[in-house]
Design a protein around this ligand. Structure first.
Ligand SMILES: Cc1ncc(COP(=O)(O)O)c(C=O)c1O
Length: 461
């Protein structure tokens, strides 16, 4: 039985409409109340210490409770809390823009600050449409994205998202947003080589462009790795080939690096260093401040800015937020980047990631585990409880939640997505902590399967 303070907080929390709120159960929720964090661990209101397997939401990259971050944020508040970004500027925003221009690939030298990932994607899509208005081709506004992609929760970013389950109860812009299939190698028929699979997926993009009309497509948006879709990896060369197709039709390639930027794959930006591409626009958020305060951005190339300037239309990009370039958020981002550089956190990720991936792949031994995939410090353990069975079990959609419940009791937070457990710990994780994470996840999966066997929930199909 939870402590009275926990019960009181859980009761008050029923006033908080959480993301993806399950409306029927408002009033019944008893969410774990997290009260503290330190390094790769969080502690709940009952005093249980949990390894933070998802690093919050793929964001607490440098780990919880860094004094230097607290100092940088406090100092900035005491120096200057806020100034309008419309006609004025502030030192942290100016310095951060310059720093991001240095860290980003190619000529992505202009930075538009937003409040998070969704607003970064939304603003990037608006920029793609703005560009075509200025260039005098207002019909070139369509967007191509991928199934299982997640790009955010504003109208445009959610319209670009391709997760079918999320499309049931809200409205989306469907007249000008189109989706192609994701390139998951796990779905590749055995007889196809990786190259053939890649060629097939790239051809699908080109077919979609032809179907919609090259003169009508403004942008293609893709995560380098489909993150919340289940850490889906594309075959080698896929992104470069898609970029090549986009260039052929003057379609902007927007690389959504909200998850992959700031170290998760061992680099500040993954597009070029990991996937060999220089996109037209990169969106980022989350790890830019390691989740200490909200911030997002999109970076756009000199080429696109110049092209618009050359038209001399007097155009202005009438998009922006009260908190664009917020001094406190930008000061936090600068300190976060400084910590990553001074402490060699990216080098640590590159060094430890193979161990993380290897240890997680030992879970393939468990009969219920269908696939373990990932790169850098992001991975997905996909379960299939019907694997090898003649009868079908009902619980495939529940297995992730059951694993999560058991893991929480064992001291590990996982991020369950239906039948998948996504692991993306703080980047400072050590080998011993990786061992702890994998052992607890193994036990959690075994206990969840023992539940399933005991409950005997067989589907009568
Ligand atoms: C790839 C990607 N893009 C955009 C977003 C939206 O970011 P935010 O939740 O900060 O608005 C997310 C969030 O998880 C994401 O994973």
């Amino acid at each position: 039985m939870a402590q009275p303070e926990t019960r009181s907080l859980q009761s008050d929390d029923n006033r908080f409409l959480h993301p993806w709120e399950d409306i029927d159960n408002i009033g019944q929720h008893r969410r774990t109340v997290v009260t503290e964090g330190e390094g790769v661990y969080i502690t709940d209101s009952e005093g249980n210490r949990l390894l933070d397997g998802p690093a919050g939401m793929w964001c607490v990259n440098i780990g919880h409770r860094r004094q230097e971050m607290a100092d940088a944020i406090t100092d900035q508040i005491m120096q200057l809390t806020y100034v309008s970004p419309w006609s004025l500027t502030n030192a942290p925003a100016a310095r951060l823009a310059e720093k991001l221009a240095q860290l980003s690939p190619g000529d992505l030298n202009h930075v538009f600050f937003t409040t998070g990932g969704s607003t970064a994607v939304d603003s990037a899509l608006r920029f793609a449409m703005f560009r075509n208005n200025v260039l005098g081709r207002p019909e070139k506004k369509h967007v191509i994205a991928r199934n299982k992609g997640y790009h955010g929760s504003t109208y445009l970013s959610a319209s670009a998202s391709g997760k079918a389950r999320d499309k049931s109860f809200l409205d989306f812009k469907t007249d000008s947003f189109h989706h192609i299939s994701d390139p998951n190698l796990f779905d590749k028929p055995a007889e196809l080589s990786d190259q053939d699979w890649c060629a097939r997926k790239v051809a699908e993009l080109e077919d979609k462009i032809r179907e919609v009309g090259p003169d009508r497509v403004a942008a293609f948006i893709a995560e380098p790795i489909l993150a919340s879709g289940g850490v889906i990896l594309a075959p080698d060369g896929y992104h470069a080939a898609c970029l090549e197709v986009c260039r052929r039709y003057d379609i902007l390639y927007i690389s959504d690096e909200v998850v992959t930027a700031f170290g998760r794959l061992g680099h500040f930006f993954a597009s070029e260093e990991v996937f060999g591409i220089q996109p037209d626009i990169i969106t980022c958020a989350k790890g830019i401040t390691s989740g200490y305060v909200p911030l997002g951005a999109f970076l756009v190339s000199d080429r696109l800015i110049r092209e618009i300037q050359e038209v001399e239309s007097g155009a202005y990009f009438s998009n922006g937020f009260t908190y664009s370039g917020h001094p406190v958020a930008c000061a936090a981002a600068l300190k976060n980047i400084e910590i990553m550089e001074d402490e060699g956190i990216l080098e640590h990720v590159r060094e430890i990631a193979p161990y993380f991936q290897r240890q997680l792949r030992t879970l393939n031994e468990l009969p219920v585990v269908a696939d373990v995939r990932g790169v850098g410090l992001m991975a997905c353990v996909e379960c299939d409880i019907n694997r090898g069975r003649e009868q079908r079990l009902k619980l495939d959609y529940e297995i992730g939640n059951r694993i999560d419940k058991h893991c929480q009791k064992l001291g590990l937070l996982v991020r369950p997505i239906i039948n998948m457990c996504v692991m993306s710990p703080p980047l400072i994780i050590s080998r011993a902590q990786i061992d702890e994470m994998v052992n607890k996840l193994r036990q959690g999966i075994e206990l969840a399967m023992a539940d399933v066997e005991r409950d005997g929930l067989w589907e009568s199909d």
